[in-house]
Design a protein around this ligand. Structure first.
Ligand code: G4P
Length: 282
């Protein structure tokens, strides 16, 4: 589900995150491994600077593995623990509590030095819509407890989920809005399905994707659509894919919206292959 964000929503979501953070020892931030920077609101750094953090690069099953490794190095440079996960299949999830406890070590040491028996470490999940927050919470809880597509501003009584012996997780995630002042960030969010394509021009978003694929993943594009050559002109590429897929309107012209739908769907389902839309420092 995609949420329309208005200034009132944003202020409320921010307030809710700030409130929840008061209860939290370790922040678990989820980003989309295909667009790790575009899929985060930079505000998260300002809000959580005083907390240890674990970054989960989710949907790694769809991303380019070599680029995902570059992102791990990028986030670790920031001194954040990082894990590559595929929450849909549960890959990497079992390491989450271990990493959270590692991040909480200074706090546990502090308890011990004061002679206090350490209590359970409290964590919360934070991220933009559709990044996989509910899926991760359900995996960690080992059951389905969060409605997929939680709405911001809708409050329900929050509860702690026990994860192993030493960790507790807040059952409601902190939701932040995606930030897309930069048009390319907006395109990446639309392509991955984090925001509705309609917010952007469907075909313009498609031109962005095809130009990118042509430069970065030409062979995947050729293989998927059975193309021998990739033309320089992206409109010609649209035409070639449309003809291959029979997306024609009466008169023999290519139906560009249908082509875009097919390519977006293929991208999101991983049928084009493992693709990352963003690299560190690019
Ligand atoms: P949210 O709470 O952050 O809003 O995200 P949620 O868990 O609802 O996940 C959004 C979509 O992403 C879901 O697909 C979910 O199955 C999918 N997803 C979550 N983690 C992964 C992952 O590691 N890999 C892949 N491939 N998909 C993942 P959905 O229910 O089909 O929703 P939609 O795609 O129709 O929006």
């Amino acid at each position: 589900m995609t949420i329309q964000w208005y200034p009132g929503h944003m202020a409320k979501a921010r307030r809710q995150v700030v409130e929840k953070l008061k209860l939290i020892d370790v922040v678990i931030e989820i980003v989309d491994a295909r667009i790790p920077v575009s899929s985060r609101n930079p505000m998260v750094d300002e809000l959580t600077s005083h907390k240890p953090r674990l970054v989960l690069l989710n949907k790694a099953d769809l991303a380019d593995p070599s680029i995902t490794k570059e992102w791990v190095a990028y986030f670790e440079k920031e001194n954040w623990a990082t894990l590559i996960i595929d929450a849909q299949r549960g890959k990497g999830i079992k390491d989450v509590p271990l990493k959270v406890m590692e991040q909480a070590k200074p706090l546990l040491d502090k308890f011990r030095s004061k002679g206090i028996n350490p209590r359970a470490i409290r964590a919360m999940i934070l991220g933009i819509p559709n990044v996989g927050k509910s899926t991760v919470i359900n995996r960690l809880a080992n059951k389905r407890i969060t409605n997929i597509g939680d709405k911001p501003g809708v409050t329900k009584r929050q509860q702690w989920i026990k994860v192993g012996k030493e960790m507790e997780l807040l059952d409601t995630p902190g939701i932040l809005w995606p930030k897309f002042e930069d048009q390319d960030v907006g395109f990446r969010l639309a392509i991955t399905g984090a925001i509705k394509e309609e917010i952007f021009d469907f075909q313009e978003t498609m031109v962005f994707l095809l130009s990118y694929l042509k430069d970065e993943y030409p062979n995947l594009l050729k293989e998927r659509y059975d193309l021998t050559e990739l033309t320089e002109d992206v409109v010609d590429l649209f035409d070639a894919i449309g003809k291959r897929r029979g997306c024609l309107v009466p008169g023999g012209h290519v139906d560009y919206d249908r082509v875009a739908e097919i390519v977006f769907r293929d991208f999101r389902q991983g049928k084009l292959g493992n693709i990352s839309l963003e690299r560190p420092n690019k």
